[in-house]
Design a protein around this ligand. Sequence first.
Ligand SMILES: CC(C)(COP(=O)(O)OP(=O)(O)OC[C@H]1O[C@@H](n2cnc3c(N)ncnc32)[C@H](O)[C@@H]1OP(=O)(O)O)[C@@H](O)C(=O)NCCC(=O)NCCS
Length: 156
Amino acid sequence: MLVIGPWGVDDLPVVAAIEATAPGAWNAAQLAAELARPGGFQWLIRARENSPALGLLCGRTVLDEAEIFRLTIAPTHRRQGLASALLVHALARLAGQGIRTCHLEVRAANQAAIALYRQLGFNEQGRRPGYYTDPAAGVDDAIIMSKTFATGEQAA
Ligand SMILES: CC(C)(COP(=O)(O)OP(=O)(O)OC[C@H]1O[C@@H](n2cnc3c(N)ncnc32)[C@H](O)[C@@H]1OP(=O)(O)O)[C@@H](O)C(=O)NCCC(=O)NCCS
């Protein structure tokens, strides 16, 4: 049974190791800073209680809007529904706390993530040409995607 919970300081090494597998990955210091971010939310997913973390999601809320910054699943466990489960959990929490809209940015070349976000109700709002310049992951446009929660919606 999948277990989703908040991450803390003790989880940072494993969270950073998973994140390091993503294009344009955030480093451990950036992930640690998330724990102190006002309005920040950080979730990790495990296969079962006390088993190693397999994926992470983080973002922040400002008033009635949210933004997702990072969503990364360990390469060995991709395409098993973990990102969907993590995102559904995060979106349900956001809707439950009165958030109206959730935004994110994704590399135009990241068709896996774009398909995932579309599946969960995100729509493309625009594009920032050449937004990503990370030399390791290559230059790419950012696609801006948003999901608006229906009034009273509690889950994605
Ligand atoms: C993108 C990512 C988070 C998806 O995680 P995942 O756990 O493998 O995704 P899921 O198994 O929940 O897949 C859900 C849906 O996403 C889409 N999807 C996921 N991986 C895909 C792939 N490799 N190719 C095409 N579609 C894909 C599919 O629509 C899939 O539904 P389906 O399996 O019913 O077809 C994962 O590949 C990853 O960590 N990538 C590196 C980091 C990254 O790019 N994060 C997003 C940054 S915005």
